[in-house]
Structure formats: C-alpha cells, structure tokens
Write a protein of this length. Structure first.
Length: 372
C-alpha cells in the first residue's frame, strides 16, 4: 500500500518534537523515489547553531545490525557456525559448560543468558535498573577511559546470569555483541572495524558511515546532551567521548541518509544472502534495556503498523544521543531519525521514568514517517 510523503505533516511533526523539549533532531523518510529530509532545533544549545539533516551522528546499537551482517557473511563462508557453541571459538572468554551451551545464534539474538557488563564498568550505574539509586558520576569519570573489550566481556561473563542459554525471554546485553566482535576478529584475522567497514559499510555504498576509534565525531555533527533521568540538569554535552565502552558493537557514526541506504541494501539481499536474511528475521522474545519484551531477530527487530506491513531495523543510544532506523519489509518505505538528547524522562517517587511530552511527540513523528 503506497503512502506518498506528506512534507507538511512531516515538517510539523518533527518541529513538534523539538517544541516538546528535544534540543535538536533530524530525519530522512523515503517512499520509493520520494525523499523527505528535515531537521528541527539546535545542534549546540550555547551558540544556537541549527541541526541539519546531513549531520553525522553516533547511532549506538544500530551498529549491531552491521555487526550481525558481518557475522552472517562469515557463516555463509563456513568460517563460523550459527549453531556452533561459542566455547569452540573463544574458550578462554566463555569457558566450561556455558561455552558449550551458548551458541553464536544465542549471542546474536540475546538468548545467551549473559549479563550486561555496563553496570560493572560504570560503578555509579551499579544499581541499574533501579534508576533512583544510580548516579551519572561514572559518565564523567570514564569520558576518556580506554576500556579493554576482554575486560568488559569478563565483567559480563562473571556476573550472575540473567537467564539460561536459549531460554525465553532473552535479555538484551551488550556482552553478547562484544563477544561477536571477538569472534569476527578470530574468523577473519583482521580487526572487526576493518571487517565491518570492508564487507558491510563499503558493500552498501555508504560514504558517511564509519567506526571511529578516537573520541571525536568526524565531520559536521551535533553536540550530544545527556540528562540521565533529570539528574544532570541542565543536560551535559558528551559528544566527545571514548567509545571503547561499547567498541564495534555500538560505536558507529552515520547519517540518516546512509542508515536508510544500508537497511534498503540489507533487506534487498545485497549484504547477506536471502537465506541469511531469513535467519536475521527469525525472532524470539527479548527483554529490552527499557524492560519491555520485544521481538528480536539476529541484529534486527520488527515494528508492526496497523495494516501497513512489518518494518525492520534497530534503535540505538549512546550518552546524549539516539537514533532509530526502520525499513518496511518490501524496502519501499523507510525512516531514519537522530536525536541529540537522551534519558529526558524524570523519575517519579517510586523511581520509575515519568511520561514526557517528547515521548508522545516522537511516537507521533514515527507514525507520520512510517505510515503516512
């Protein structure tokens, strides 16, 4: 079903998100050959510099789709087995019975039962998900910390398990994807950054997408404002940050145009074979970082609209920034949006995030962008 782009409605919807409290955001929506790009608000609250739709942005866990695609390519070549125990490849990182029980597929779809390492790497977040007992102090303490991925994996593997291997629902954990990064490096004999760049980013023809290893975002970009549930007031800029805390599992920088280009190529079977894409779209229930149960495949998750078909993509957050990219299964309708503030919800007396006008405004924008 065709939904032609309504530029006036999209312009009004993106402006409404800014007026609801988002400093700045930008997006690209595509319907076949029609393209709308828009932006609202500022990239720098101190100078008033406006955001523009061509800016580069840290896209967080959207990187996981790129990582998963690179792993599936190695499955296709026979270097990695999708249902092979990870202990066969990385016995020193996932030793013993767990290494025998956790497969590569379980890492990809977050059903490994391995805990999230972040609360252990960032001590002031130790009480997560009890948000009221957390503090943003560690975000500043580790702005320029160069983490060793093996140390981070060790934190997640040695933490109490969050489930049994292959059990449902799974629990979303960055530990899974740091292990996949190590697996990629072992299988290819090169760095994961080089592997993903050569085999995924360049294959998709992306010119403004990369995995920077420094602390800065290359090219025109927005500052990134973190609120940490109202505990940082006013929100603080974390756009300069050492991204080794997530490495090539969530450190990608991209543009909204490149994100749409990537997901169009992926869903058209140009990055992995159709059989691999079918595996990527086989979903299981997974508890998200927000505590909601979502359907999750291999580095992809679906969003359903009323009578409009299934959209596939991923969302991502970093300190201060967020993005969401979704493409309809037929590849025709696409949306990619980037925002420059995170965790804007304050906490109620019970420590739960309170509704914020930004939430409703973003949902309304997604509705117009994806469904017309």
């Amino acid at each position: 079903m065709k939904n032609p782009l309504d530029s006036a409605a999209l312009n009004a919807a993106i402006e409404h998100v800014h007026r609801a409290g988002m400093p700045g955001l930008f997006a690209e929506v595509r319907d076949g050959d029609q393209v709308w790009r828009g932006a609202a608000g500022v990239a720098d609250v101190s100078t008033g510099r406006p955001v523009t739709a061509d800016m580069r942005h840290r896209v967080g866990s959207i990187t996981k789709t790129f990582t998963a695609a690179a792993v599936l390519q190695q499955v296709e070549s026979g270097r990695i087995g999708l249902d092979t125990p990870v202990g066969r490849y990385l016995p020193e990182l996932v030793p013993g019975e767990r290494g025998d029980a956790i497969t590569v597929r379980m890492l990809l779809n977050h059903t490994s039962g391995l805990a999230e390492y972040l609360p252990y790497a960032y001590p002031s977040l130790k009480a997560f998900p009890v948000l009221a007992e957390t503090s943003p102090q560690s975000l500043d303490d580790h702005r320029f910390t160069r983490f060793d991925p093996v140390d981070l994996i060790g934190m997640g593997v040695s933490a109490p398990p969050v489930g049994t291997p292959g059990g449902a629902p799974g629990v979303y954990s960055n530990t899974n994807y740091l292990l996949l990064v190590q697996l990629l490096e072992q299988a290819t004999g090169t760095t994961a950054e080089r592997c993903i760049t050569r085999n995924v980013i360049e294959r998709a023809g992306l010119r403004d997408t990369g995995l920077p290893t420094g602390t800065h975002i290359d090219g025109p970009h927005s500052q990134l404002y973190e609120s940490w549930f109202g505990m940082i007031d006013p929100p603080r800029d974390y756009s300069v940050y050492d991204m080794s805390w997530v490495g090539p599992s969530a450190s990608l920088t991209s543009t909204v145009a490149d994100l749409n280009r990537f997901y169009a190529a992926l869903l058209a079977g140009k990055i992995v074979r159709p059989s691999s894409l079918e595996e990527m779209r086989r979903t299981v229930p997974v508890v998200s970082q927000e505590g909601r149960v979502i359907e999750y495949g291999l580095g992809l998750h679906p969003m359903e609209g009323p009578g409009q078909g299934t959209f596939w993509g991923h969302g991502g957050t970093v300190w201060g920034g967020g993005a969401l990219a979704m493409t309809r299964a037929d590849g025709r309708r696409q949306m990619a949006v980037a925002v420059n503030m995170q965790r804007w919800n304050g906490l109620d007396s019970a420590g739960r995030p309170q509704p914020h006008p930004i939430d409703g405004a973003l949902a309304a924008f997604y509705q117009v962008a994806m469904y017309g």
